[in-house]
Write a protein that binds this ligand. Structure first.
Ligand code: ASP
Length: 355
């Protein structure tokens, strides 16, 4: 009898002590399941340029037009992501919407060079394999971001420029337009204003060359960063560059690491602002590198690079970025930045001015 009681107690003891173990197991399964369910975790963020964007200079109609276009564009990319599409596709299609709008300095609506031409730059990057494509100084390609993607996927190169890039665009059957397609009255007036201010000024060799442009500036470049349900990040940027640019000047937008960067290990970034500074500070890659090497959050990294490093150099502008967990940041050191984001919960966020 004594033996039976002892045996019974041992069985009871084991049974009671098994319970918590089982609970732990169940909890860890739930955690595991959450991590391996990337469909809960996608998102998109866009910008339409940063600069001296002040409410006092904006009409209600203009503000509404910008907001409507930002919303339309971010929703295009969001729908692609929601349906299981890739971040690359979302980035490309979203940027196309902005390139086709005269409101932004990219595609239709690009700013004018000193020679009254439009020279367009763009780049795109795939965070899953660090593949990238870019074009600079194209004059007849309707959607430069599409050409950047073609360079990435169907050429042995990363960056093409000028007439060679245009030849490649024709070979890849991209839409070619007459340069006149890019003309807008608004951008021509900006060029005339800037030229007038620079008249009789020996400003070519110094940053004074950019003074009136920066003061006039709504940079207006467009960009997008996205995380898809498969856990892949991508980023892209498209621009007409800076008003009155000379000598086939190329800004940061087609420079991988400056204007655009994406790495599944960290984040995807698109920049907008005074390109020369973004190149010198390698802004987009620097944000990713801070996360990779120092383990800081996306928000901390973006704040450090834009508010400290770029600002100390004298550069102006901002970035939009998303990390591999779907966290979004929109950091800028100018009065405003056209921006929007949308997450997996369909939450939409649109902004223009500094908060
Ligand atoms: N970053 C662009 C450039 O320097 C300009 C812009 O962002 O609007 O070409």
């Amino acid at each position: 009898m004594k033996k039976v009681i002892i045996l019974f107690s041992v069985v009871l003891f084991i049974a009671c002590n098994k319970q918590p173990e089982k609970k732990v197991e169940v909890v860890s399964e739930v955690v595991k399941e959450e991590i391996s369910k990337p469909e809960d975790n996608f998102g998109i963020v866009i910008h339409g340029g940063a600069g001296t964007i002040l409410k006092k200079n904006m009409t209600p109609e203009k503000e509404a037009a910008y907001k409507a276009k930002l919303e339309e564009a971010v929703k295009v990319g969001h729908a692609i992501l929601k349906n299981g599409g890739t971040s690359l596709e979302a980035v490309e299609k979203t940027i196309n919407m902005l390139e086709n709008s005269p409101l932004f300095n990219a595609g239709k609506g690009a700013v004018f060079t000193n020679q009254r031409t439009n020279e367009l730059d763009a780049s795109i990057m795939d965070g899953s394999n660090l593949n990238a494509g870019a074009v600079a100084g194209v004059k007849t390609v309707k959607n430069p971001i599409n050409l950047a993607r073609e360079v990435m996927l169907n050429s042995p190169h990363v960056l093409l420029s000028g007439s060679g890039a245009e030849l490649f665009a024709k070979e890849r059957n991209l839409e070619i337009v007459d340069p006149a397609y890019f003309f807008t009255e608004d951008r021509m007036k900006s060029l005339e204003r800037v030229k007038e201010k620079l008249k009789n000024k020996e400003a070519n060799k110094t940053t004074a060359f950019y003074d009136p442009i920066i003061k006039d500036a709504k940079f207006g470049t467009v960009g997008c960063a996205a995380l898809d349900k498969h856990g892949n990040l991508a980023a892209g940027t498209s621009t007409g560059g800076m008003t009155n640019k000379k000598w086939n000047r190329i800004g940061d937008s087609p420079i991988i690491g400056a204007g655009t960067y994406a790495n599944n290990a960290t984040c995807a970034v698109s920049s907008t602002g005074w390109g020369e500074y973004f190149i010198r500070a390698m802004v987009a890659h620097d944000i990713s590198a801070l996360m990779e090497y120092k383990g800081v959050s996306l928000q901390q990294a973006a704040h450090e690079v834009i508010q400290k490093k770029l600002t100390a150099l004298g550069g102006t502008g901002g970035i939009v970025a998303i990390d591999n967990q779907g966290n979004v940041t929109m950091e800028f050191n100018t009065a405003g930045m056209y921006r929007a984001s949308m997450n997996a919960k369909d939450e939409l966020n649109i902004g223009i001015y500094k908060k």
